[in-house]
Write a protein that binds this ligand. Structure first.
Ligand SMILES: *[C@@H]1O[C@H](CO)[C@@H](O)[C@H](O)[C@H]1NC(C)=O
Ligand SMILES: *[C@@H]1O[C@H](CO)[C@@H](O)[C@H](O)[C@H]1NC(C)=O
Ligand SMILES: *[C@@H]1O[C@H](CO)[C@@H](O)[C@H](O)[C@H]1NC(C)=O
Ligand SMILES: *[C@@H]1O[C@H](CO)[C@@H](O)[C@H](O)[C@H]1NC(C)=O
Length: 375
């Protein structure tokens, strides 16, 4: 910024340029950026340069930290002369300048740093750099949750020391926005009345976690976590949640005319399921399946796939309806044959039990009768 300004001024005229150089001289001949922003948890390099005049030599360079304590000092050209604190190191820099790297910037590194060039014979020249530590709000990537189960959304900010409070807001697909929960320093998490009992917020300013259990269809939408920080103001990030209702498909069928069976495979889900039959290409199906979608009032969709087949097909091959849904790892298969099979098994079992009962009754009666006769 400063450099750009001086370049612009230089273009305007040599006189202004000279004036600027003189001002620089009066300020002590050390150039350093006045203000810098350093992202937290990352290395950061600070650099100062000194204008050395003919006959002058640089004896020592010192850096002072935000508390004016020596951070690092060294004699130029002598690698083993470097001494200083653990969390900083000397970085390479052009001639007549000095650079140090803070290995991992933290909240405590915020403040003003001083670079001091001890010159012979003219004495010490110093410059100052003020560092502001910054952080980003990071949030999960978009999520899906199954209705009735649990959903957790998390959001974090690298500088909890600067945070006053965090607020979570929900915005529905229709655009309605409402506050869900908040947590402020030295207080308990607050859940707004409509969400009480099924929404929880962690008591943390750095890593905030919003938990919804059980998840409802109306919880779908985008959630914004809003950090109020000092002195930077508000910072936020948004994550979106989709809620799924998993299908529980069923097959029903009836004989519509002799030798012809109409089968329905039905599924209620969100988003709508895709239904296919495993025998669609068999020549004994009477045309392709007919699918209808009926949106239900609660946000789910009823899908009915109707397949008409010749009854002979059921005797020879297994007929299944396969329900595909985004929320399922593999499709759900519902077989028509097993239904017939089960019905038949039940019928046989019931008949057998009944026959046994009748037989034992007869045996009993016969025995009693025989005894009586013997008496
Ligand atoms: C460090 O020294 C400068 C003057 O050189 C002074 O303005 C500043 O307040 C000092 N800072 C601390 C933390 O002592
Ligand atoms: C998250 O979902 C929202 C809305 O569905 C979309 O606008 C946004 O691009 C998604 N973000 C990512 C990272 O996929
Ligand atoms: C299949 O669904 C349709 C409605 O889409 C209905 O009219 C028909 O009676 C159903 N058939 C069976 C066997 O359930
Ligand atoms: C159906 O296909 C089989 C062979 O896959 C064939 O033998 C049969 O005649 C066909 N039936 C009809 C009604 O086309």
């Amino acid at each position: 910024m400063k450099k750009m300004m001086s370049q612009a001024s230089c273009r305007n005229g040599l006189q202004v340029c000279l004036l600027l150089l003189m001002v620089g001289r009066l300020q002590g001949r050390v150039t350093a950026p006045e203000r810098l922003e350093a992202p937290v948890e990352k290395p950061f390099t600070l650099m100062c340069s000194v204008l050395r005049e003919r006959g002058e030599s640089l004896k020592q360079v010192r850096w002072l930290d935000v508390q004016n304590q020596t951070l690092l000092s060294y004699l130029p050209g002598q690698r083993d002369s470097v001494s200083g604190q653990q969390h900083v190191e000397l970085a390479s820099s052009p001639k007549d300048s000095s650079a140090i790297t803070i290995r991992r910037v933290g909240f405590r590194d915020e403040g003003c740093y001083t670079c001091i060039f001890d010159m012979i014979p003219s004495g010490s020249k110093q410059g100052q750099i003020c560092l502001t530590v910054t952080a980003q709000v990071t949030v999960d990537s978009n999520k899906t949750a199954v209705s009735g189960k649990k959903a957790s959304l998390s959001c974090s900010y690298g500088l909890p020391e600067k945070v006053q409070q965090i607020i979570w807001r929900h915005t529905s697909a229709q655009g309605d926005s409402s506050q869900v929960a908040s947590f402020a320093k030295r207080s308990d998490p607050m859940i707004e009345p409509p969400y009480q009992g099924r929404v929880w917020l962690s008591a943390s300013l750095s890593d905030s976690q919003l938990t919804i259990q059980p998840v409802a269809i109306q919880d779908e939408g985008c959630y914004t976590c809003l950090y109020t920080t000092l002195p930077a103001g508000q910072k936020s990030s948004t994550v979106c949640l989709a809620t799924y209702v998993l299908p529980k498909p069923q097959v029903s069928y009836k004989t519509t005319s002799p030798g012809v069976i109409e089968a329905n495979c039905t599924s209620v889900s969100r988003p709508p399921a895709e239904i296919v039959w495993n025998v669609e290409r068999d020549n004994r199906t009477m045309g392709p399946p007919v699918t209808t979608q009926l949106p239900q009032g609660d946000g789910t969709t009823l899908v009915i796939s109707t397949l008409t087949v010749q009854s002979g097909l059921l005797k020879d091959v297994s007929v299944k309806c396969l329900v595909h849904h985004k929320g399922l790892e593999s499709p759900i298969a519902v077989s028509m044959n097993t239904k017939i099979g089960t019905a038949l098994t039940i019928l046989i079992s019931v008949t057998t039990v009944a026959a046994l009962l009748v037989m034992s009754l007869c045996f009993c009666l016969w025995k009693c009768f025989l005894r009586k006769e013997a008496d």
